[in-house]
Design a protein around this ligand. Structure first.
Ligand code: ATP
Length: 263
């Protein structure tokens, strides 16, 4: 089958190994409880979406999964390690196997795209410069920015900046990538192009994606499975395949979200 005719990403089955296991997770900031009892698993090769309204704790859940701060209660296992208790070298090794793209793209403005992608390789590997340069070129090619490697972040569009952010998150070939609101601020066509890129990377590299978003079109296009968080419920109100949830959900908030109905 030619690359052009290849199907978009195909969801892995329930026998695929677990990449992330979140068990009875609770999180509060002071007196403000975000969620009380969240449990889910993410399997190798999945595109897993975390969705929900503004302020329900999506980004906080992402930050907990990469160990930025500890939860109030519960456990989080990432790539076979307890991310909450891991320390020292074990923690460093684990973090090198995780890529993160923040909402802003967070590129360094004074460096070209190529230099931005080379940075993690410089910080975390002993690769000689020419090998780093070549590896970064390959990553930029994979996200469709092969011709833009010498541009500065100020010289590219918002969609290109997201692609460059993904290339940088992929610099160390992590098996697991976290994307925080990849479609934010993009027009629908650019956003659809980014969705296609995520599906292609999941299919071609077998990378597992955990994507925080509230863009319905994107969720329906890329999500193999999702969880929906809710501020009022202080936890998860739905889990499953987003297209099935759109067609079968009975919970009023879930229905309203997937069918774009007013509550
Ligand atoms: N470090 C922190 N200290 C105190 N409160 C915080 C902290 N981080 C987040 N919050 C609060 O927790 C709540 C959830 O924030 P979070 O960013 O996780 O939500 P979200 O679902 O990602 O929202 P959005 O879609 O608007 O980005 C917000 O009310 C926020 O102000």
């Amino acid at each position: 089958m030619s690359a052009a005719a290849a199907p978009a990403h195909v969801a892995p089955g329930p026998d695929a190994p677990k990449v992330v296991t979140v068990d009875h997770l609770a999180m509060a900031f002071g007196a403000r409880t975000l969620f009380r009892d969240v449990s889910f698993e993410v399997r190798a090769g999945e595109v897993f979406v975390i969705l929900g309204g503004s302020g329900c704790g999506k980004s906080t859940l992402l930050k907990l999964m990469i160990g930025l701060f500890p939860p109030t209660a519960g456990t989080i296992e990432v790539l076979g390690n307890d991310i909450v208790t891991a320390s020292g070298d074990a923690r460093e090794r684990m973090l090198k196997r995780i890529g993160v793209m923040w909402q802003s793209g967070a590129l360094f403005g004074s460096m070209t795209l190529l230099e931005n992608i080379m940075l993690p390789l410089e910080a975390h590997t002993k690769m000689p410069e020419e090998a780093r340069r070549e590896a970064a070129r390959i990553k930029l090619g994979m996200v469709g920015l092969g011709d833009a490697s010498n541009r500065l972040p100020a010289e590219i569009s918002g969609g290109m900046a997201k692609r460059a952010g993904i290339a940088r998150a992929m610099a160390l070939d992590p098996p697991l990538l976290f994307l925080d609101e990849p479609s934010a601020g993009l027009d629908p066509i650019t956003s659809a192009g980014l969705d296609k890129l995520i599906q292609d990377l999941a299919r071609d590299l077998g990378t597992t994606f955990i994507v925080v978003t509230h863009e319905l079109q994107s969720i329906l296009a890329i999500g193999d499975r999702c969880i929906m968080l809710d501020k009022d419920a202080q936890g998860m109100i739905a889990t499953g395949n987003p297209r099935e949830l759109r067609d079968t959900a009975t919970h009023p908030v879930v229905r309203a979200f997937f069918r774009r109905e007013a509550m």
